[in-house]
Design a protein around this ligand. Structure first.
Ligand code: TXA
Ligand code: MG
Length: 368
């Protein structure tokens, strides 16, 4: 019944979420067949991955891909990642594939690693923003993998949020933000990684990290047995990789742990409503909302976007967040927090005390 409705509604451009856990294997197959039909018809399917939800279209249908850009409000020069079912499909989408790509695909796919490779001629310009490269990854989510298998082709998919906003980690997030614009939303539960994939550019002379993620620089260096370049702000800009934000509407401030309590009290003293995210437990007045965060990077990553979304609708004046540690393990979480915090000018005592968050290791990659 749910599935019948889903297919009918998909063709009628209405949205039905299909909770994966409610489906048997046979029903899952039917759901994916329905979703694959929507893709073949040029429609948009939001689907779960292990990182964040994607807003998918047939990667070889330029008109369908154009709808992604329209729905997201995304500039045309920001290229999309093509999701594929198996590593061997690299051969269809890329050319001049370096051995390194095979090593990494074997080690990390399915998983949260996107490889930038020289593109094959079948890749439409609209997917790559006109660049000579294409981003590829095999997502590690049973529903995404089943959909890719049934569909058979590549699915071009950015995160299923409006341009510059926080990525969705549940189907409900997608429904709230883009529901009316989707032909179908597949519900695979909360994403277990929670932040976007690591992006590694293998199209040049030296491998280059474009976006930090759950798979760390050190892990990649260990597999490739060579150092990976990290562009700073001075590095040449890749089209579509301009700085932008993963930002809630509420201003976000990052505060070193030692100053957090004083900072909260200062804001409360100004009559402001504040929410606080921190690993450390604080003795705070009841007037502010405190949410404890995990003490390890994967836990932070998994919870971060859902927390920001939940706080964003509560109309706080500020979301104050404990700056995470400097260590390499925290690079991806720090990166996302820095971007969230850079969306709004800051008005607080930190500037007068000369405190700034220790960010900016990976300079010029986009968040969209
Ligand atoms: O985890 C993820 O990567 C999620 C899920 C849905 O797979 N996707 C995602 O897509 O985060 P999006 O579009 O929000 O971010 C993709 C990033 C953008 O910064 C884009 O510029 C970069 O990947 N990218 C894609 N293709 C590229 C290319 N050919 N060269 C350089 N950067 C590229
Ligand atoms: Mg995005």
């Amino acid at each position: 019944m749910i599935l019948d409705q889903m297919v009918a509604d998909a063709h009628g451009a209405l949205v039905r979420a299909v909770p994966e856990h409610m489906l048997s294997t046979g029903e899952l197959l039917t759901a994916n067949q329905g979703a694959a039909e929507v893709l073949r018809g040029g429609g948009l399917v939001a689907f779960p991955t292990e990182t964040v939800y994607g807003l998918g279209a047939d990667a070889e249908n330029p008109a369908a891909v154009a709808r992604i850009f329209a729905v997201k409000g995304r500039p045309a020069d920001h290229p999309l990642i093509v999701h594929i079912a198996t590593p061997d499909q690299i051969l269809h989408w890329a050319r001049e594939i370096p051995t390194m790509a095979w090593h990494l695909a074997r080690r990390y796919w399915p998983g949260p690693l996107t490889l930038i490779l020289r593109r094959a001629s079948c890749v439409p310009d609209i997917v790559t923003g006109g660049q000579d490269t294409v981003g590829l990854r095999v997502p590690d989510h049973p529903l995404a993998l089943a959909l890719l298998k049934v569909f058979g082709g590549g699915i071009a998919a950015p995160s299923a949020n409006r341009f510059g906003r926080v990525s969705p980690t549940t189907a409900a997030h997608v429904r709230e933000e883009l529901g009316d614009a989707m032909d179908l939303i597949l519900d695979g539960g909360p994403c277990h990684v929670g932040i976007e994939s690591t992006i590694l550019d293998l199209s040049g002379h030296q491998p280059r990290l474009l976006r930090p993620g759950a798979i760390t620089l050190a892990e990649i260096e260990a597999v490739l047995k060579q150092p990976i370049a990290q562009p700073g702000n001075e590095a040449p800009r890749v089209p579509g990789m301009l700085r932008s934000h993963y930002a809630p509407k509420t201003p976000v401030c990052l505060i070193p742990p030692a100053y957090l309590e004083a900072e909260v009290r200062w804001h409360l003293g100004q009559g402001q409503r504040v929410a606080v995210l921190s690993r450390i437990a604080l003795l705070l007045p009841d007037a502010c909302l405190w949410k404890g965060m995990p003490d390890y990077p994967a836990g932070w990553a998994r919870e971060l976007y859902a927390r920001l979304r939940a706080l964003d609708v509560q109309c706080f004046d500020y979301i104050l967040i404990e700056a995470p540690p400097i260590g390499a393990d925290w690079q991806a979480v720090r990166d996302r927090l820095e971007r969230a915090a850079s969306a709004h000018p800051i008005s607080s005592p930190r500037s007068s005390r000369g405190i700034s968050a220790p960010f900016g290791e990976v300079g010029d990659h986009s968040v969209n």
